[in-house]
Unconditional design. Structure first.
Length: 225
């Protein structure tokens, strides 16, 4: 696995010496040796690399990486350029358009959000090819909980966007009164019509950031030629 750097390395240093992480590291290393695992090993920590802890303004929580070839690259809901936009992201884009009038881009590569301070974190960071949730319960949840706890400790207003029940289970960790928690059903086609559409998370997040003296997120994803 690629190493963490910068503010995240310092914040999560204690985790690396814990027994659960040692077991997790050995498990993940073996999984990459014996089969196909997504994302590539050097992309596992992409969310942390693109969004340093001291730059986080918004947190979007996903579950585990996409499990088909060429999709996952370490940001929840995001896929690499030239890959078909997955159904959940299609719905996210539709809500973004309805909420802020943003043009729907021609790809699903969400790095421009991450680079502005949107931590796009899956609660499980690896997955076997074509086997969703296959790496659940092996230690990733403990590691990403530690990351969420570090964000919760930050002494500045941060928005947490929790879509679906697994993400909303993290709400009990979010004890800092400076933060805003936005909840809605998951953008999956199975649940988007139960309240995801019309939830307006993007404008609500920006309104909160501006109210608290922070730069809003430019949610418009630029097209790729």
């Amino acid at each position: 696995m690629a190493a963490l750097t910068g503010t995240w390395e310092k914040a999560l240093q204690e985790e690396f010496s814990k027994e659960y992480y040692r077991k997790l590291f050995l498990f993940v290393r073996e999984e990459y040796k014996k089969g196909i695992v997504y994302p590539s090993s050097d992309e596992i920590f992409t969310a942390f690399h693109l969004t340093p802890l001291d730059k986080v303004k918004v947190v979007i929580l996903g579950q585990d990486p996409y499990h088909n070839a060429g999709q996952a690259h370490g940001l929840c809901f995001s896929v690499k350029p030239q890959v078909d936009i997955p159904p959940s992201l299609v719905n996210i884009y539709q809500e973004l358009h309805d909420d802020l009038g943003c043009k729907i881009p021609n790809h699903g590569y969400l790095t421009s959000w991450a680079e502005q301070g949107v931590l796009m974190l899956n609660t499980v960071l690896t997955v076997q090819a074509h086997k969703p949730m296959s790496h659940r319960g092996v230690g990733w949840e403990e590691f990403t909980n530690a990351a969420i706890a570090k964000v919760n400790e930050q002494d500045r207003p941060i928005v947490f966007i929790l879509w679906g029940k697994p993400a909303q289970e993290k709400e009990k960790m979010l004890t800092n009164p400076k933060h805003l928690v936005l909840k809605a059903p998951h953008p999956s086609p199975l649940s988007a019509y139960r309240g995801f559409f019309g939830s307006r998370p993007f404008s609500k997040a920006n309104d909160f950031l501006v109210k608290n003296g922070a730069e809003p997120i430019d949610w418009q994803i630029p097209d790729i030629n």
